[in-house]
Design a protein around this ligand. Structure first.
Ligand code: MD3
Ligand code: FE
Length: 216
């Protein structure tokens, strides 16, 4: 398999941000989707709620890998088991680990592996409001996102909430890597475009987000 490091390919919308439109061809998307479906049999999508208010998020979630991100009235956290089934998260599939090694920009022999793969599912009306990802102890490792299904209108801002932002149409098969100065950038999903992809028979969008949580 060829390597495609962020320094030599893809677009660079902000320092430390790398966008690889069309990184995965249709066959790779279908193969990854089937791995996701298999995970969701063991670890079904759950409905996260906001800390304090208990208001449901519009996105549904699951995870694979040693740790998974969950949110409920107790707060946000990483934990090793599904909040409803209490079962350990399924292993990260090889396809996901291969994508990390090709696109994360982390060079051998560092071999820093992702510990969490958050699976977000967006139905037609789901959104994700502007936020920072800072629940990880290791904020030096990049975050890698994989889009499958309908197009998302993704917003990438700066290090402060009010900073100017850029909007991207993330399509099925796109990979986005956020490292360096962009690791703590505000970001969100304004909406998806229902019916813009034929990948998911039920419509909507999966986003897989690979993260290092603990300092290696
Ligand atoms: C920019 N997910 O799960 S992925 C999330 O499309 C999340 O589901 C969105 O934000 C989604 O936390 C966006 C792209 C992304 C992921 C992590 C980032 C962008 C990021 C971390 C820092 C800056
Ligand atoms: Fe995020």
């Amino acid at each position: 398999m060829s390597t495609c490091p962020p320094s030599t390919a893809g677009l660079k919308p902000a320092p430390g941000a790398h966008w690889f439109p069309g990184a995965l061809d249709r066959m790779a998307q279908e193969d990854l989707l089937s791995a996701v479906r298999h995970i969701l049999v063991q670890a079904p999508l759950f409905a996260p709620t906001m800390p304090r208010t208990g208001k449901p998020l519009s996105v549904r979630m699951s995870n694979c890998g040693p740790l998974g991100w969950v949110s409920d009235s107790e707060g946000y956290r990483y934990q090793s088991f599904h909040p409803d089934t209490r079962q350990p998260w399924p292993a990260m599939p090889q396809q996901v680990l291969d994508i990390w090694s090709r696109f994360s920009g982390i060079r051998e022999p560092e071999a820093i592996l992702p510990e969490a793969c958050l699976i977000n599912y967006y139905g037609a009306d789901a959104r994700m409001s502007l936020h920072q990802d800072r629940d990880e102890a290791d904020l030096t490792a990049p975050v890698l996102s994989i889009s499958l299904g309908d197009i998302a209108l993704f917003r990438l801002g700066g290090l402060e909430r009010g900073a100017p932002s850029q909007s991207f149409r993330l399509e099925s098969g796109d990979i986005f890597v956020l490292g360096g100065e962009s690791r703590l950038a505000f970001h969100g999903v304004d909406r998806i475009i229902p019916g813009s992809s034929t990948l998911l028979r039920e419509g909507g969008r999966f986003n897989l987000t690979l993260r290092r949580v603990n300092v290696a």
